[in-house]
Structure formats: C-alpha cells, structure tokens
Design a protein around this ligand. Structure first.
Ligand SMILES: [Mn+2]
Length: 351
C-alpha cells in the first residue's frame, strides 16, 4: 500500500508539529471532510492498477474552489512570506506528475527521527503537472493536503501551471482520459483557473528568495511580486511573470547580467544576483527548481543560487531526486534514488 506523509497538525498544539503518516490521521480521526476523504483514496491507490484514482468532476470543482480561496487569502499580492523562528522547511522542486515517487519521498521523511525539535513544514516550488503519468493524483494530493494543513504546506506556481503549457505536455491528455474529452477540457479550464491563483514566489525567513525559475530584469525586489494581484495570467516571453517562472542561472560564465534566450526565458548572471541582493537586504540565496539535476540539486553563481529537483529518473534517464531541509541558515540535502521497491533515501548531508 503506498503511503505518504501528512503533517500532523491534529495534535493539541502544545508540542512541535512533526511529520506523521496520513494513514494514522485517516484511520484514527473521525472523518473530517472531502479533503481527507480524497487523501484517504489517494494513499490507498494502488500503484500498478493502471487506473487513475476515483475523484469526481464535482469533487475536483469543490477542491479547486476551496484552494483558490485559500491561495488568495494567504498571499501578499503574489508573494508568500513564510518561515517562523522555530520552523523547519522541506523544500521540493519539480514533481512532474510522479505521484508515487513523491509519496515514497514523503513517506521516508515521515519516518526520520531527526529534526523533530522544529515545526516541520513543506514548500513546493511548482511544476506539479505534465511529463509524468499521474499529474491528476499529484495535484489533487497537494491541494487536499494544503487544504487540510494550510499553515504547514505551501505551493508556488511553476511554468507548467499554465494552460498553454499543460495543454501540450500531458496534463490535458490525462484529464481527457479520466473525464472524457468534453469534461476533460472543462476540467483543464477549471484546474488552470485555480493555477492562476497560486503565488509566484516566497521569502523564507527573509533570507531566501524562493521561486520556480529565477530572476528577471523587471524584478527589482520582492515587493515587485507583492505588488502583483491574483489571479495572474502568465504573460508571453519577456514579461515579468514569464521570466521568473522560466529563467535559469547562467553556468557558462558568459553572462554578467541578463541574456534573453529565444525559447526559455532569460539567463541571469552574477551581476543580476548581486543587484537583487543589494535591493533586498537580508536575502542571501535564491532557491529555485526548473532544471534537472543528476544528483537532485546543484549550486550556481558562487553558491548564491541553489536548484532542487524532486522527480527521480526524470524523462526515463537515471537521476536522483532531492529535497532540501532548511532551518534558518542551515541547509541539508536529502537525495532519493529509484530502486526496485520504490524510491529510497540514498544520501544526505549539508549543502
Ligand atoms: Mn519548470
């Protein structure tokens, strides 16, 4: 039986909140509502049955509507400001529809005894859908988890949380398989209207700028993101909203500030990062996703930019997934590899 973790916020609040199995939450608690009912179906969903989990169109509609409400209320414009004194954040990069791998990773983190002295929370950097086989399960899991534990799970938007992109790379096709052509297209509109309400970036402990892609020449400071208003339709190449979901740090040493790439947003260099830090006192690192990493993560531009990627064996090629755990100045990396029985922890240490 696949299982995943749920942050255990059902305790009386007197102790720190640690990661607990959703199975115990589902089995030991009285039925709480639709979100928990769907989580229960998801964690019991058999990996190899070849079908998608049974969640009706109307149930998806309800969950999307509730998520939109939550997203709009928690964000400052399109910015999340997170990271309390005693919080520890697990930070995830791209998941790309690899629901069962995500479930394995979360399950492993649940069973670790370390770091239990902090309130454990999760931040996801986007790209939940497309490419993998279970975009539907991934996004429904994350939404229901978020709705159950709103102050412990945070979801940013990736470049694939965009109707034009996920009409091309798998999500729309998956929805048509699940709901039929007409309802599938309707579900596609519904999910994407919800995506328009996701925040575009977060500040974590006022030390880290967290975003799916990276910097933009039009991003002076974090207030630029806070000045936006949800919902947001991602603009075309060259616009601010497109830039920060698509941009990449330069690793060739050829780019000082910014250079535009005709297909994939800008590349930013050391001068761009330095200017951004000067305009954002306190911020010392950019934490982002968006690019595959052979060992699950990499650093660039003199360790000012960290990339994390959380989908193992992405695109059918052998690669590790990683999850960061961040408490204030301390960043640890957990690496996961896919083995016969599922995805297993294969390495960890300081970043
Ligand atoms: Mn991406």
């Amino acid at each position: 039986m696949p299982s995943a973790l749920i942050l255990d916020s059902l305790s009386d609040g007197s102790s720190v909140q640690s990661l607990a199995s959703p199975m115990s939450v589902a089995l030991d608690s009285p039925k709480l509502g639709l979100e928990q009912d769907i989580l229960f179906r998801l964690v019991n969903h058999e990996k190899w049955c070849g079908n998608h989990v049974k969640i009706s169109f109307d149930e998806c509609h309800t969950i999307c509507r509730r998520a939109v409400n939550l997203f709009v209320n928690e964000a400052d414009g399109a910015l999340l400001r997170i990271g309390g004194e005693n919080d520890l954040y697990y930070v995830f990069g791209d998941v790309h529809g690899q629901y069962f791998d995500l479930a394995n990773i979360l399950d492993t983190l649940t069973n670790m005894d370390s770091e239990k002295q902090y309130d454990q929370k999760c931040l996801f950097l986007g790209d939940y859908v497309d490419r993998g086989a279970n975009s539907f399960e991934t996004i429904m899991f994350l939404l229901c988890w978020k709705l159950t534990y709103p102050s412990q799970v945070f979801l940013l938007r990736g470049n694939h949380e965009d109707r034009d992109v996920n009409a091309k790379y798998g999500f729309l096709e998956e929805l048509k398989t699940i709901f039929g052509v007409t309802h599938g297209e309707e579900a596609h509109r519904m999910f994407n209207d919800m995506f328009d309400h996701m925040a575009l970036a977060a500040t974590l402990y006022d030390k880290y700028f967290c975003v799916h892609g990276g910097l933009s020449p039009k991003l002076r400071n974090v207030q630029t993101v806070a000045d936006l208003k949800l919902p947001i339709i991602v603009g075309p190449l060259g616009t601010f909203t497109n830039d920060i979901l698509w941009s990449d740090p330069d690793r060739s040493g050829q780019v000082e500030d910014f250079i535009y790439n005709p297909t994939r947003g800008p590349k930013f260099g050391p001068t761009a990062v330095q200017k951004f830090f000067e305009n954002n006192p306190g911020i010392k690192k950019i934490i982002r996703a968006h690019q595959v990493a052979k060992v699950g993560f990499w650093q660039a531009l003199d360790n000012t930019v960290m990339t994390v990627f959380s989908a193992p064996n992405y695109g059918g090629k052998t690669s590790l997934a990683a999850t960061l755990s961040i408490h204030q100045d301390d960043i640890q990396v957990f690496q996961f590899g896919r083995e016969k029985q599922g995805v297993k922890l294969v390495g960890w240490g300081e970043a």
